[in-house]
Structures are given as structure tokens and as C-alpha cells.
Design a protein around this ligand. Structure first.
Ligand SMILES: Cc1cc2nc3c(=O)[nH]c(=O)nc-3n(C[C@H](O)[C@H](O)[C@H](O)COP(=O)(O)OP(=O)(O)OC[C@H]3O[C@@H](n4cnc5c(N)ncnc54)[C@H](O)[C@@H]3O)c2cc1C
Ligand code: SF4
Ligand code: SF4
Length: 398
């Protein structure tokens, strides 16, 4: 009987609510579900008989995200009026790697890279699940298990495509038998893992995840958008000639560069160019991302994002929200060990940084309400939906 997988397929995958997070494939001890990378987009599919353990349906964050319960369980209380923009957090900082090379060669200033390195070096964890670009199709992302500081370097810089990070949870904790792991993921990855931890089973999985670093997320894009950008702005006729892609190369905030096998570097678009926003961010947004209302990884131990405003002379600085004691200790520990430095950052600047907050807390909220009124499939975030406009005086740095 394939009852549980059937439910996941009907209610989430075939209803357009799958985020691609990989929680279902990552918790399936029978390995009956796998992520399929062969189609246009990654999606879970059944490869063996479903043993009906029910874990995939229970922990899937595609349709049900019990934010209220998870806030209480992991952040100590329900959110109130003051938490409505960024969720519940302890402190707001801006931080940067103290290693100038890491600071320069990471997405926004290397906090995530440095925290992962610190956690491994200090033996707080045995491994960290992270994301890197694929070797054979380098415009796509894959999750991998970092166990050394050198491994962590492979994950530096963000890819705006969906990576099924949670797919590797069983691999790390049961197969490879690591005792404690960290995870770096987007808000939807964190939702799935918190559901697993809240249920407390399988125990080894629930207890083995020591910390989660969440990334602020406006959305991920369909690979088709990346293909389009390459086609329109380069003369590359065959994607197999691409040996490397860098989504945030060059001067901050970075742009998309492609290296071909003839050693030519092709520049496609700057992150804040109209081209990127029109053909990448806006047009090819994944459907499920349009219905997501968590911008700042509200359930992570520590959340990190860009600061698209000029607040210091060096623009490579990361906005950081610590949310749990675990996150606070990791952050302070990394500073004391000389990996990072940080200072206070006014949290109200975060909502006015880039288009992420707007995409989630205003447009996403509104879309959920509209779809709900029509009776179309929508994810349930448990809190009442309220559409509130925030005047942000948004401007991008030149
Ligand atoms: C899809 C996506 C959307 C984002 N949207 C926003 C936004 O709207 N606003 C904002 O302020 N910040 C956003 N960020 C976060 C931002 O790009 C940086 O990741 C963050 O500022 C941390 O910078 P850093 O220099 O510390 O990261 P780095 O030290 O460069 O580390 C980057 C980390 O990101 C992880 N990673 C890369 N790509 C992915 C992926 N696709 N899925 C999961 N993990 C990944 C890697 O494992 C790596 O550990 C987004 C990131 C991603 C991946
Ligand atoms: S767990 Fe994640 S990948 Fe699996 S069906 Fe749900 S949203 Fe999709
Ligand atoms: S927008 Fe939401 S669903 Fe989409 S990748 Fe980001 S966190 Fe996941």
C-alpha cells in the first residue's frame, strides 16, 4: 500500500505546493522516495514500495507549516504585534568574516561560511549539510555534507535555484552515523526540519540536528529562467560547454558570470540590474515561492541575509538575527574564536533591504488571501493572514 506517498503526491506535489526542500526524501528510511533531477525541475518521486511510515507527509512543509506551534516550541512563545515583520528573534547584528579572503569571496560577507567553519573546527558538530553547484550542470545546485573547513569553501556564494538540502539528513545521521550536524538552508528547509524536531522522531534525526542557519529568501527561480538569461545574453549555443557558473561574481552585490570550456568568461547581468530582476527574480519565480510568507527564516537558530544599503564603507556585511540560545552561542563563539566580528544592526533596516520582505510579507500574504478566497490550493501557515503595507523608501545601492 502506498497510502502515505499517495497523499503527499495528491495534496502537495500535484497541487503545486512542493517547495523542493527534500524533507520527504531525507526522512524516508526505506529510501522509497528520491529527488528526481532529470526533468526541468527537481521533484520527489516514488522509486520503491512505500512502507507507509507516514514521515514524508508528516514533516513536509509544502502544505502545512504550523508556525504558531513551532514558534512556541523553539522560540518560547507565540509571536505578537512586534514580531510580525521578522518573526521572533533575540538580537539583530551586522557581521563579517575576519578572514579578508572569505569576506570578499562569499555572497555578502562570509558569516555563513565562517560559522560553518567554526562549528566544524571547534567540533561542535561532525558535519554541516550545505549547498554547492553541480559539477556536470553547474547552473543547478546540489546539497552535500561538509566535514572539513575546505569542504565548506565549496558552498560559498548563493545560488538562486532550489536545492533539496534536507535530502541528506538520513545520509548524514543514519548512514554515515554522524552524531551532531548543522544545516544551512532556506526558510522552507528549516520549516521541514523543525516539524521533524517537534515530533521528536526518528530520535536520531530529531536530536542529531544541533543547529540550523537560515538564509533570508525572496524566492528561488526555475532553471528555465537561468537558461533564458544565458541564451539571451551570451552566444552559448550548447549548455554542455559551460564549466562554471557564478551567480554573485564581481563587485558587490555581484552578478552572474559563466565560464565556458574555451576559457571565456561571459557576463550576464548584475544582481540589481533590471535584466536580472525582470528575467530572473520576477518572471521565473517558482510557483510555490509565490505563496511563501517567511522571508527571514523565522524558525532558524540564526538567520542571515544581505544588507542592500550603504551602512558601512565595506559593503560586504551580513544581516544576522539570532533567534535561539543555540544560535546566539554559535555566533558569540565564532567571534571569540576570531572567525567573525559584528556590531548591532537596527532591525528596522532589514525590511527596507532589497525586495525580499515585500515579496513575502506583503505580496505573498496578499496572494495567499486571494487564492484562499477562490478555493485554490494554498499552504497553511497557521497564523491569521493579514495584509499590511509598510512604506520602505526602497533604493538599491549603485
Ligand atoms: C535562494 C536564495 C535567496 C536569497 N534571497 C535573499 C533575499 O531576498 N534577501 C537577502 O537579504 N538575502 C537573501 N539570500 C541570502 C544571501 O544571498 C546570503 O546567503 C546571505 O546574506 C549570507 O551571506 P554569506 O556571505 O554569509 O554567505 P556565504 O558565506 O557565501 O554562504 C552561502 C551559503 O548559502 C548556502 N546556499 C547557497 N545557495 C543555496 C540554496 N539555493 N539553497 C540553500 N542554501 C544555499 C550555501 O550552503 C552556503 O553555506 C538568499 C539566498 C539564497 C540561497
Ligand atoms: S517534503 Fe519538500 S520536497 Fe517533499 S513534497 Fe514536501 S515540499 Fe516537496
Ligand atoms: S521562497 Fe519560500 S518556498 Fe521558495 S525557496 Fe524561499 S523559503 Fe523556500
Amino acid at each position: 500500500m502506498a497510502a502515505n506517498y499517495d497523499k503527499l503526491k495528491v495534496e502537495v506535489i500535484d497541487s503545486g505546493l512542493c517547495t523542493g526542500c527534500g524533507t520527504c526524501t531525507g526522512v524516508c528510511a526505506a529510501k522509497a522516495i528520491e529527488m528526481d533531477y532529470t526533468g526541468d525541475e527537481i521533484l520527489p518521486h516514488l522509486v520503491l514500495d512505500c512502507v507507509s511510515c507516514g514521515l514524508c507527509v508528516e514533516y513536509c512543509p509544502g502544505k502545512d507549516i504550523p508556525l504558531r506551534d513551532l514558534d512556541k516550541k523553539f522560540l518560547g512563545r507565540e509571536r505578537n504585534f512586534n514580531d510580525e515583520h521578522l518573526g521572533i528573534y533575540l538580537n539583530s547584528y551586522r557581521g563579517w568574516s575576519k578572514d579578508p579572503y572569505i569576506r570578499q569571496n562569499t555572497s555578502s560577507g562570509g558569516i555563513v561560511t565562517s560559522l560553518a567553519k567554526y562549528a566544524l573546527d571547534s567540533k561542535r558538530v561532525d558535519a554541516v549539510i550545505m549547498s554547492a553547484l553541480k559539477d556536470d550542470e553547474p547552473w543547478k545546485g546540489v546539497p552535500f555534507i561538509a566535514t572539513t573547513s575546505e569542504d565548506v569553501d565549496k558552498a560559498a556564494r548563493s545560488a538562486p535555484v532550489m536545492v533539496p538540502v534536507n535530502d541528506l539528513v538520513v545520509e548524514a545521521l543514519l548512514k554515515r552515523k554522524y552524531k551532531r550536524i548543522g544545516v544551512v538552508g532556506l526558510p522552507c528547509h528549516i520549516h521541514g526540519l523543525r516539524k521533524l524536531q517537534a515530533a521528536g522522531k526518528p530520535k536520531r534525526l530529531a536530536e542529531g540536528i544541533s543547529f540550523m542557519i537560515g538564509l533570508y529568501c525572496a524566492s528561488t527561480y526555475y532553471w528555465e529562467g537561468v537558461r533564458h538569461l544565458i541564451k539571451e545574453f551570451t552566444e552559448i549555443d550548447d549548455l554542455s560547454k559551460i564549466v562554471k557558473v557564478d551567480y554573485r561574481g564581481g563587485k558587490y552585490p555581484g552578478g552572474m558570470y559563466v565560464l565556458t570550456s574555451d576559457n571565456r568568461i561571459h557576463y550576464i547581468a548584475g544582481k540589481h540590474d533590471y535584466t536580472w530582476h525582470f528575467l530572473g527574480a520576477a518572471t521565473y519565480k517558482r510557483d510555490r515561492c509565490l505563496m511563501c510568507v517567511d522571508f527571514s527564516a523565522e524558525l532558524a537558530d540564526i538567520s542571515c541575509g544581505d544588507i542592500f544599503q550603504k551602512v558601512t564603507d565595506n559593503p560586504k556585511i551580513v544581516s544576522v538575527l539570532t533567534r535561539t540560545d543555540t544560535g546566539q552561542e554559535l555566533f558569540r563563539g565564532a567571534k571569540e574564536a576570531g572567525f567573525i566580528d559584528f556590531e548591532h544592526h537596527p532591525a528596522e533596516l532589514i525590511t527596507a533591504s532589497g525586495m525580499g520582505w515585500e515579496a513575502k510579507r506583503h505580496a505573498g500574504m496578499y496572494r495567499l488571501l486571494r487564492r484562499g478566497k477562490q478555493g485554490w490550493p494554498v499552504p497553511d501557515y497557521q497564523y491569521d493572514l493579514e495584509v499590511k503595507m509598510l512604506a520602505r523608501k526602497l533604493s538599491f545601492p549603485s
